[in-house]
Ligand binder design. Structure first.
Ligand code: AMP
Ligand code: MG
Length: 401
């Protein structure tokens, strides 16, 4: 039966449709102390050179290289230069300045001799080896004042936050967090503070999705789970669409007659695509509910997680003009045959190990899409492409977890 929207498409096509249906967050200025995982929305420009002045990368003596070419050499110590020294020493031929890591290089000096290579007797230092013009950190060699450090779309990591501070940048213009409603559906779902009757389970997907939303630098709003009832679901979707930027549901999106997310979207929403050729996680749906983008993720816990990483994360990244730099990849050689399906993208849970300098992947835990323990203990997910066969010895992409 043909559908009025793309149906059962490749992951690439699905991601492409997501890229065409982004929303653009507003912009705000925040201190770098709050910038972890946030996405920069303007050029970030260095306010200073780094280093700001030539300085030493070792504890030792600042010397003139040409004085040191025929060791041993005796030089007169004429001063000292510590990190934070407010003054600049000067040396002439035959002189040395005691210098600490970060201390400004005296005018006239061009080399540092590490302390380990020297003997000191009062104000005379004997150099036992010739120097090389080493251990001098040159002004501006890391970055220059006015240099653009980052552009729009850069995701802030601890290292990049430190770089901002080194560059004198205290505040950043970033995209505001998208507010993302997370709604789990299912009669069987119970909260963590409830006891379980027969047939019931703890609702877990929303917690993983909430954490993923935070990893992508946005703001999750986790709803209490919703029973399988179309009117209650509608009320929740209406509330979420009115108050938040995007909706992520879990469960109820497959082909069954109690899969109300799919049913209500078919009847009252706008579907941009439904079902993807991926394993696990083939049921997802993407569209909009009263103008608000909505992702219907599968209920199976591994599937919901994998679909977030493979799809929702890509959409969130393109909303902030980023490549998906949150996903980290490596390549590994398959240590065993992995079950794949023609034309599908296959995400299996693997552990990684080194063998004779090569990185290998082997399946980790039970591969059922209901087994959250397997993915929680894995190092990564294979991303075996539709044109690969998943045979032992094949090199494939791994999404690191
Ligand atoms: P569904 O997609 O609604 O057919 O659910 C598929 C499977 O995932 C069923 O075994 C559900 O019990 C389970 N499931 C659905 N939603 C959740 C959830 N929020 N947390 C944990 N398991 C879930
Ligand atoms: Mg269900």
């Amino acid at each position: 039966m043909s559908k009025p929207y793309p149906y059962f498409i490749s992951l690439d096509e699905a991601v492409g449709i997501c890229h065409q249906n982004t929303i653009t967050p507003t912009i705000e200025v925040i201190p770098i102390t709050s910038a972890l995982n946030r996405v920069v929305a303007d050029d970030v420009v260095a306010k200073v050179d780094d280093p700001g002045f030539d300085n030493s990368s070792m504890d030792g003596f600042a010397v003139i290289y040409s004085d040191t070419t025929e060791p041993p050499v005796n030089l007169t110590i004429v001063g000292s230069s510590n990190a934070g020294t407010g003054q600049l020493n000067t040396i002439k031929s035959g002189e040395a300045v005691r210098i600490m890591t970060g201390g400004p290089l005296p005018t006239g000096a061009d080399s540092i001799i590490p302390i380990e290579l020297c003997d000191v007797d009062n104000n005379v230092v004997t150099l036992n080896e010739s120097s090389k013009p080493n251990y001098v950190r040159k002004q501006g060699e890391n970055f220059a004042k006015q240099q653009t450090l980052f552009s729009t779309g850069e995701v802030m990591t601890p290292e990049k936050i430190a770089l901002c501070a080194a560059a004198g940048v205290a505040n950043l213009t970033v995209f505001s967090k998208l507010k993302i409603a997370i709604i789990s559906t299912g009669d069987e779902l119970k909260n963590l503070d409830e006891s379980l009757d027969f047939g019931q389970i703890y609702e877990s997907n929303s917690y993983g999705i909430e954490a993923l939303v935070e990893v992508y630098g946005h703001e999750p709003i986790r709803y209490p789970s919703v029973v399988d009832d179309i009117d209650i679901l509608r009320r929740n979707l209406e509330h979420a669409a009115k108050n938040y930027d995007c909706i992520i549901t879990s469960g109820g999106v497959s082909m069954g007659d109690r899969d109300f997310v799919r049913i209500i979207m078919e009847q009252e929403g706008e579907i941009k695509f439904w079902r993807i050729k991926m394993r696990p996680g083939s049921p997802p749906l993407f569209g909009s509910w009263q103008g608000t983008p909505i992702f219907g993720l599968p209920g199976n816990p591994v599937s919901s997680h994998v679909v977030f990483r493979a799809l929702v994360g890509k959409w969130l990244s393109s909303c902030t003009k980023s490549v998906d730099s949150v996903s980290k990849y490596t390549n590994a050689i398959l240590d065993q045959d992995v079950k794949t399906q023609q034309d599908f993208t296959t995400f299996r849970r693997v552990e990684l190990f080194d063998h004779q300098g090569e990185l290998y992947a082997r399946l980790k835990g039970h591969q059922g899409s209901g087994n959250i323990a397997g993915i929680a203990m894995s190092d990564g997910l294979t991303k075996i492409l539709p044109n690969q066969n998943g045979k032992k010895g094949e090199t494939c992409r791994i999404i690191l977890l």
